[in-house]
Design a protein around this ligand. Structure first.
Ligand code: 5GP
Length: 195
């Protein structure tokens, strides 16, 4: 069944294909945020993961994962923690960190989460904006392992199924749910998967 038609329609209307493999969606997700669409996404993530409760935390990476993660956290009624990418004077000691290569920026970033906000008692739902090669989510998985927490699943707003991230997560036996799955970009247009 095709999920969240509204999102697919919005991608078709406002998304811009850049080069071979990048989709720009800065009018509703990556720069300007559409809270009404985000609210729908939160409902959909709740529907997809409600049977996997208890969930104690939603985890994401700054900055574009924060909006969908907050709406998911709202629906589950749990805190949302975002991994920080930049060194901060207030985030020094007692941190879990992992190295992540950024697909869009082509640089390596260290992402960090304070020990205070993740522990072995947590059951974690990861939410992110895009799944491309899976590096960002692998970084979060590394941090979840360091904390001894348990992963419940991964929810993604837009999956580019032609890149290798989905396969990597499937091979690890992780439950992955994507609200829109892109099969390919053809002549500058987005083609969604039918399943
Ligand atoms: P990955 O780590 O899976 O290779 O890439 C995931 C991260 O890269 C996402 O969190 C997102 O910020 C960024 N990203 C990957 N592909 C795209 C894309 O096509 N468009 C945009 N706007 N961001 C992307």
């Amino acid at each position: 069944m095709r999920k969240l038609k509204l999102l697919e329609e919005r991608i078709k209307k406002d998304g811009q294909v850049l080069g071979e493999d990048v989709l720009k969606v800065d009018s509703f997700l990556n720069h300007q945020v559409d809270p009404i669409l985000m609210d729908e996404m939160g409902d959909e993530f709740y529907r997809l993961f409600k049977d996997d409760q208890p969930i104690t935390k939603v985890l994401t990476v700054e900055s574009s994962g924060i909006a969908p993660a907050v709406f998911a956290g709202l629906k589950f009624g749990v805190p949302v923690v975002f991994a920080r990418k930049h060194k901060s004077l207030t985030l020094k000691d007692d941190i879990y960190s992992s190295e992540v290569f950024s697909f869009t920026k082509q640089v390596s970033n260290k992402i960090s989460i304070s020990h205070k906000f993740l522990s072995k008692n947590d059951r974690v739902l990861i939410i992110d904006d895009f799944l491309a090669n899976g590096q960002a989510i692998e970084g979060l998985l590394d941090i979840i392992n360091q904390a001894g927490a348990e992963l419940v699943g991964v929810g993604v707003v837009i999956e580019k199924s032609f890149q290798k991230g989905r396969e990597i997560l499937d091979q690890k036996g992780i439950k992955v749910e994507s609200l829109a799955r892109i099969k390919e970009f053809k002549d500058g247009q987005v083609v969604f998967r039918e399943d």
